[in-house]
Ligand binder design. Structure first.
Ligand SMILES: [Zn+2]
Length: 145
């Protein structure tokens, strides 16, 4: 036997022989039929992680995405010594302020949604039995304390 590492016995989609080093048997990790389950699971995990990242990206408003990018760059520059720590601290502080303002906006939006929901419940048909009403125990609390 030669001392050269054995190459994969598989043929690629383009018709060329796979040039990857064979792992245990005759095939590389990508072509080994015995590890197909492990490979499929890894592919699914990779897909899920990417999908989550895409979802998070979509949920973040453009301004926050830009702020995150800017903050990460500042962190790297402070770390590398190409930006003064004071400048980095100022950027971090402004970024935090931006996030707090955004959170306040989101909370106001959520509050408005809840108010809309309450108004729409109150104007529901009173003859229709509703499961969304407050529990009976709380109905005694209408008096002024
Ligand atoms: Zn291969």
């Amino acid at each position: 036997m030669s001392n050269h590492p054995k190459t994969c016995a598989a043929t690629r989609k383009d018709g060329q022989r796979c040039t990857a080093i064979a792992s245990k048997g005759d095939y590389c990790w990508f072509h080994d039929p015995l590890v197909s389950e492990e490979r499929d699971a890894a592919r699914v995990r990779g897909g899920q992680n990417k999908a989550t990242a895409v979802r998070v990206d979509r949920l973040l408003p453009e301004t926050l995405r830009a702020s995150i990018t800017y903050t990460v760059r500042a962190m790297a520059r402070v770390s590398a010594g190409t930006m003064k720590p004071d400048q980095g601290a100022a950027i971090a502080s402004l970024g935090s302020s931006l996030v707090r303002q955004y959170e306040a906006g989101v909370r106001l939006e959520q509050l408005a949604s809840i108010e809309d929901l309450i108004v729409s419940r109150d104007t529901d048909d009173p003859d229709e039995p509703s499961t969304s009403r407050a529990p009976a125990a709380e109905e005694d609390d209408h008096g002024i304390a």
